[in-house]
Design a protein around this ligand. Structure first.
Ligand code: HEC
Ligand code: HEC
Length: 307
């Protein structure tokens, strides 16, 4: 058996050796090297040599894919299908982990297949990642549980549960062909420019009654079937997302509303309408989240957080 040496090399010794040999070898060519350095400096300033950093920037974007995908046969296909069903019908299929009237798809429209509505496409290649809200590096599973605890005002899934494995399988399946580390166009929510005047929640209430209440109900309670299931999800009150959810933040809610609501008529509201609506909705009563005091332990709390 060949021995594999796993211990870390002593970098200092190695570096010093490398330095010595490099300088010895290059001694006769000092002048040429100097000229080459100057050419690079001049070239960079006059735009001849492109700066390589631009290409390796972490925010490389790829177009949102067509998602013309087929679920494979067999056990993996069953897991992917269960994952899709879970994000569409979270209320029914993961009942004991959900504490309100929402499903994942209530916000992740089309089950995470819609740009600018927090799509799931490409996410497995972007986690683990550092999250200022947690103050540490988190996995995709922990991020999913963040939405279970806050957006669904519920409980985290056990990390090794079939539910968690299936949701991750579904996200991986949706992300075929997206390079690791690349973001799709339309990831997250598409921010809208900050409003020049402070948002007006009173105007927001009037807009809500005119444009939203026929689906989301009086007092934001949503509309329910006779069996208690929701046809349209609640926007505030005890059956909505809690105060620590992303959607409880002014800028997040405004961006989501502008691009996606009223359902099927995204982009029909002005930016001011979206801000006024968001300022009204996000200041209505909703469930608390006691763990919120542990958020942003190392600073970086966004200005629009409600606590
Ligand atoms: C009330 C709306 C809402 C519901 C319901 C919801 N989420 Fe989210 N989710 C969000 C928002 C808003 C964000 C983006 C937050 C941010 O980054 O500002 C997000 C982000 C995410 C992310 C990270 C996305 C990224 O681009 O990094 C994942 C993964 C996720 N949610 C999974 C889920 C799952 C799974 C469910 C169901 C168990 C769920 N969410 C339910 C609103 C919601
Ligand atoms: C035609 C019915 C309809 C209208 C009108 C409508 N929505 Fe929605 N809205 C929905 C549905 C349905 C969902 C959930 C999507 C899903 O489950 O596929 C939703 C989801 C939402 C969500 C995220 C989920 C939640 O419960 O918080 C917000 C926020 C929202 N709508 C705000 C608004 C605002 C603001 C308006 C008015 C400008 C509006 N909607 C108008 C049907 C509608």
């Amino acid at each position: 058996m060949p021995l594999i040496k796993l211990s870390k090399p002593k970098t200092h010794d190695k570096l010093n050796n490398a330095r010595q040999t490099f300088f010895e070898v290059m001694k006769p060519y000092r002048f040429i090297l100097l000229v080459m350095c100057w050419m690079t400096v001049l070239g960079t300033f006059s735009g001849i040599v492109p700066i390589a950093a631009a290409e390796s920037s972490p925010s490389s974007k790829v177009p949102f894919p067509l998602l013309d995908l087929e679920i494979p046969d067999g056990p993996l296909g069953e897991a992917i299908q269960f994952g899709e069903d879970l994000v569409m019908e979270t209320q029914t299929l993961a009942k004991s982990y959900v504490g309100n009237g929402l499903n994942c798809r209530s916000c992740h429209l089309g089950g995470g297949t819609t740009p600018n509505a927090m799509p799931y496409v490409g996410l497995p290649g972007l986690f683990p990642t550092y999250r200022p809200r947690s103050g540490k590096v988190i996995t995709l599973q922990e991020r999913i549980n963040g939405c279970f605890k806050r957006s669904l005002n519920g409980k985290p899934l056990p990390l090794d549960s079939p539910e968690m494995t299936s949701i991750v399988s579904y996200m991986v399946w949706l992300s075929q062909g997206i390079p690791v580390g690349a973001e799709v166009e339309g990831r997250g929510k598409k921010p809208i420019p900050p409003s020049s005047t402070p948002p007006n929640p009173e105007r927001g209430r009037k807009l809500y009654n005119a444009k939203c209440s026929h689906c989301h109900g009086e007092e934001g309670r949503g509309s329910q079937n006779s069996d208690g299931s929701y046809v349209f999800p609640p926007l505030w009150g005890e059956h909505s997302f809690n105060i620590a959810a992303g959607m409880a933040r002014l800028n997040t809610a405004a961006a989501f509303i502008k691009h996606n609501m009223p359902l099927g008529q995204g982009e029909s509201l002005t930016d001011k309408d979206a801000y006024d609506l968001a300022s009204f909705i996000t200041t209505q009563p909703r469930p608390d989240f006691p763990e919120k005091s542990k958020d942003w332990p190392k600073g970086g709390k966004p200005v629009d957080a409600r606590y």
